[in-house]
Write a protein that binds this ligand. Structure first.
Ligand SMILES: Cc1cc2nc3c(=O)[nH]c(=O)nc-3n(C[C@H](O)[C@H](O)[C@H](O)COP(=O)(O)O)c2cc1C
Length: 349
């Protein structure tokens, strides 16, 4: 019977166990999106995870959506990430970078002078973006021109090439959480009438173009994808998730990617619906504890289990699970704060 502590072959690498650290934005990069030494310490502390997936990382200047988040499009960012991957590999860990474009979730002060957030359609998000300049209203994004879309997809490939240079073991495409790839998938956000809107195949097109540009750069066996259909975040609704996600999973199966990461079993039962139709490694995440994760592995409902908040406050989570040690709780106030507090000061058991 498969357990959390069994190794898992993933393309060319082998994970020492099946506890995956979820991608989590922690806002400890510098103002230019360069990963800091503090980030190297944080990831090295958690290197006993079978695999870590990094903070969502923007692929180009126009893809940034939050203060102090990391990027992967400049030489300085590559050098900063190299320190992170070296620190992780020195401890025997494995690390994938999660790549994203925030699309309409961004606000102009975070973008280069004169740039507007872009999206499939000019549909604004409700609410505010909590930046270092204070809370800012979201703006109506500029709908991408048809002629621009291939270039935006190619930014993912360029960042993926940088990921290899930075020493990452692979790349996760962030197709979840209402960011640009997800904005194309969701018919309540994507009102396009060209080849990127309307039918399910058209709305999935941008995800596949971004994915194929990553695959061309790093290989399918080093590429994962995260999805979170109907997540209650960033005004996602996914009215026809029942059609979109099985179709997407079929396309992903055909590409023989390293894994598919279902980031939320919520209003759409992604683990139950997608695991059976995706032909490859399936990672299940969100709201799982040790018992639930172990049960899913035993039942074959997933190949590995993704833990987020538990890894924030328990850097040695695999050992705590294995030895039945007490678990520390995380402090949400420090999730996106500056400095080491609530970041690198959670001790090992
Ligand atoms: C502080 C914080 C930041 C997050 N940032 C990201 C992110 O950058 N990319 C992503 O795909 N999910 C992000 N998530 C969602 C997590 O990956 C995960 O799906 C979520 O925390 C649920 O898992 P859990 O119950 O094990 O914490 C974030 C979650 C938290 C708590």
């Amino acid at each position: 019977m498969t357990s959390l502590f069994d190794p898992l072959a993933l393309g060319p690498i082998t994970l020492a166990n099946r506890l995956i650290m979820a991608p989590m934005t922690r806002s400890r990069a510098d103002a230019d999106g360069v990963p800091t030494d503090l980030m190297a310490t944080y990831y090295a502390q958690r290197a006993s995870a079978g695999l870590m997936i990094t903070d969502a990382t923007y692929v180009s200047p126009n893809a940034k959506g939050y203060s102090r988040t990391p990027g992967l499009h400049t030489a300085a960012q590559v050098a900063g990430w190299r320190k992170v991957t070296d620190a992780v590999h020195a401890k025997g860990g494995r690390i994938f970078v999660q790549l994203y474009h925030t699309g309409r979730v961004s606000v102009p002060p975070l973008l280069p002078e004169g740039m507007q957030p872009v999206a499939p359609s000019a549909v604004a998000i409700k609410g505010k973006n909590y930046t270092d300049l204070g809370p800012l209203d979201f703006v109506t994004p500029r709908a991408l021109e048809l002629s621009e879309i291939a270039g935006v997809a190619a930014e993912f490939g360029a960042a993926a090439r940088n990921a290899l240079e930075a020493g990452f073991d692979g790349v996760e495409l962030h197709a979840a959480s209402g960011y640009l790839v997800h904005q194309f998938l969701d018919s309540s956000i994507n009102h396009r009438t060209d080849a990127y809107g309307g039918s399910v195949a058209n709305r999935v097109r941008f995800a596949l173009e971004a994915l194929d540009s990553i695959i061309a750069a790093v290989g399918a066996e080093r590429t994962g994808v995260k999805i979170s259909p109907r997540i209650k975040f960033n005004d996602v609704t996914d009215p026809d998730a029942e059609e979109v996600y099985p179709h997407l999973a079929g396309e992903l199966s055909a590409r023989k990617i390293a894994y598919l990461h279902g980031g939320l079993q919520g209003a759409y039962p992604v683990h139950d619906a997608i695991r059976p139709v995706f032909k490859g490694r399936y990672f299940a995440g969100a709201g799982l504890d040790q018992a639930k994760g172990a049960a899913m592995l035993e039942q074959g409902a997933a190949d590995a289990i993704v833990y987020g908040k538990l890894f924030i406050s328990n850097p040695d989570l695999p050992r705590r699970f294995r030895d039945g040690l007490p678990l520390a709780a995380d402090d949400p106030k420090t999730h996106y704060a500056k400095g080491p507090e609530g970041y690198t000061d959670y001790p090992e058991a």
